[in-house]
Ligand binder design. Structure first.
Ligand code: TEU
Ligand code: CA
Length: 532
């Protein structure tokens, strides 16, 4: 029996923006509970909710002040219990977002840690003396710009922060900290949480000698300050794998809960996060390649082939088109290709993760300077690094604020929310939402799409194609990545092709070459064919 997460589809919810239930303009847990039936109809299997823990919100919840409670803005622990129960009753799994690299500077542990050099929790965070001539201990740079070190006047040392200074890094080399964080996993597993997405897993351990990072020869200012150095010594250290393995052991001891690692690394280094047979790591190290990929058939074919080839024995693949940090797919490739991208995501071998709102084709929303909330944008404005544009509220209907909230939403909705919303699209067969529903339904009726082998991965003449096979069933996917018509010659082994789904449903197709072996793909058309 395959585990559920190999077969299933994950759906990321940014909780501030999914559904507000009390009119304060901020989405909440009761709001998510009210939309569970939508998720069931859509056809997903599990939801991952970005952090909902008590937080000063310096980084919108990725600065946690208490790992075992719920922020009042999102509701209460009881609301979360109700959400988990209601989700489970519908066959949906619930994943939370574990943020183990850093806490909030308001977390009682950090308050204690900074209180004196001799405090028992001093060593739970990373404290270093100033460099010999004064100044930060080394040249490490925060991912959000500026030194990765902040000076504490009172105790005369610097603490490390890979992100904001309000997000001090934990010292995972300290056994007591490590044990305390492992208890956090157990706490949530006991409450019925089905797994975690683990924030910045590859950041968790820093080189013990705190060597300077090498200067990045390719740096230019528009890349953002963090790119001035390569994160050679501040990330991806060998010791991280034992930590992942310990988390995995806890997940297994609780009946096989799921761990997903957020890891931005080249494929060869990413693969190490699957762990080994003796010390398995996370089940799914997030594969973000489609987020940065050039949208070309040859490039995508090479990405799929080389990723498949690099997987360790037993390693299950996964694919992602977008998340709360990166530009939305509709903006990157345009609406017509976003349909093709949906077909790609949901027909590749491996667990797909959808990002809320992509199923109705929301694009990046231009947020006026005065309304910017994201510290990433506020610290390095104008470089396009801000994340507000991809975190805007979901649109449910044509009512005020798209049915997201009775009050003023924390971020503006997309301009076309009156027509780009769930209710409108549900009634329009040509819209994005029915395509997502059809794709998700097809994965259930044709198991080969979910778990079958993948073969014949080809990218030529603007067409990306591949076959999925399982138990004698064979499906062929052909995706036209261009805005022009393209002829696609069927492989010889495709004897009786039947069109199961097209991203261009009204396309009138003839037998163009009269040979039954060539099909004419519409501009921006993807098709799924079944060999009968
Ligand atoms: O993001 C990590 C992440 O996206 C960065 O390491 C990225 O490479 C860098 O910011 C370049 O832009 C996670 C969360 O997803 C994000 O929302 C948090 O802000 C961050 O960690 C800190 O917890
Ligand atoms: Ca609310």
């Amino acid at each position: 029996m395959r585990p559920w997460w190999e077969v299933g589809v994950l759906y990321q919810i940014y909780p501030r923006s999914f559904q507000d239930s009390n009119g304060d303009g901020i989405g909440d847990l009761a709001g998510i509970s009210a939309r569970l039936d939508y998720l069931v109809d859509l056809g997903i299997d599990a939801l991952w909710i970005s952090p909902i823990f008590p937080s000063p919100m310096a980084d919108f919840g990725y600065d946690v002040a208490d790992y075992c409670d719920v922020d009042p803005r999102f509701g209460t622990l009881a609301d979360l219990d109700r959400l988990i129960e209601a989700a489970h009753a519908r066959g949906l799994r619930v994943l939370l977002d574990l943020v183990p690299n850093h806490s909030s500077d308001q977390h009682p542990w950090f308050v204690e840690s900074r209180s004196s050099r001799t405090n028992p929790r001093r060593d739970w965070y990373i404290w270093r003396d100033p460099a010999p001539g004064g100044g930060p201990p080394n040249n490490w740079i925060s991912d959000f710009g500026g030194p990765a070190w902040d000076y504490d006047e009172a105790t005369g040392q610097y603490y490390s922060h890979a992100f904001l200074k309000e997000q001090p890094d934990f010292n995972w080399r300290n056994p007591a900290l490590r044990a305390a964080m492992m208890d956090v996993l157990r706490f949530w597993f006991d409450r019925g949480v089905d797994g975690f997405r683990i924030d910045v897993l590859w950041h968790m351990v820093k080189a013990a000698d705190f060597r300077d990072n090498p200067v990045n020869p390719a740096y230019s200012p528009e890349m953002g300050d963090m790119h001035r150095v390569l994160q050679t010594h501040s990330t991806d250290q060998p010791e991280v794998h034992a930590i992942a393995a310990e988390m995995r052991a806890i997940a297994e001891a609780n009946g096989g809960r799921l761990l997903i690692g957020e890891i931005y690394l080249p494929v060869d280094r990413l693969m190490a996060y699957y762990g080994t047979a003796d010390a398995p790591g996370v089940q799914l190290p997030f594969n973000f390649q489609l987020i940065d990929a050039p949208w070309r058939a040859d490039a995508l074919a090479e990405i799929v082939r080389s990723y498949e080839a690099a997987l360790p024995p037993g390693g299950w693949p996964n694919w992602v088109l977008g998340n709360h940090d990166r530009p939305r797919i509709a903006t990157r490739v345009g609406e017509a290709q976003a349909r093709v991208a949906a077909m790609l995501l949901l027909t590749l071998r491996g667990t797909p993760t959808l990002y809320y709102g992509d199923e109705i084709g929301i694009a990046d929303v231009v947020v006026p300077a005065a309304q910017v909330k994201d510290p990433r944008e506020l610290r390095e404005p104008g470089l396009g690094l801000g994340r507000d544009p991809v975190r805007t509220p979901m649109a449910w209907d044509a009512g005020p604020h798209g049915g997201f909230s009775d009050g003023e939403p924390w971020l503006p909705l997309h301009d076309d929310a009156a027509i780009r919303n769930v209710a409108k699209q549900a009634a329009d067969p040509a819209a994005m939402l029915p395509l997502y529903r059809d794709l998700l339904a097809l994965r259930r009726t044709h198991g080969a799409l979910a778990t079958g082998d993948i073969a014949d991965i080809t990218g030529t003449d603007d067409i990306l194609s591949y076959a999925r096979t399982e138990n004698g069933e064979c499906l062929l996917i052909a995706l036209n990545l261009s805005g022009g018509e393209r002829r696609f010659v069927l492989p010889d082994n495709m004897e009786h092709p039947r069109l199961l789904l097209s991203t261009v449903p009204d396309w009138r197709r003839g037998d163009e070459d009269g040979d039954g072996r060539t099909i004419l793909l519409a501009p921006d058309e993807g098709v799924i064919l079944l060999n009968e």
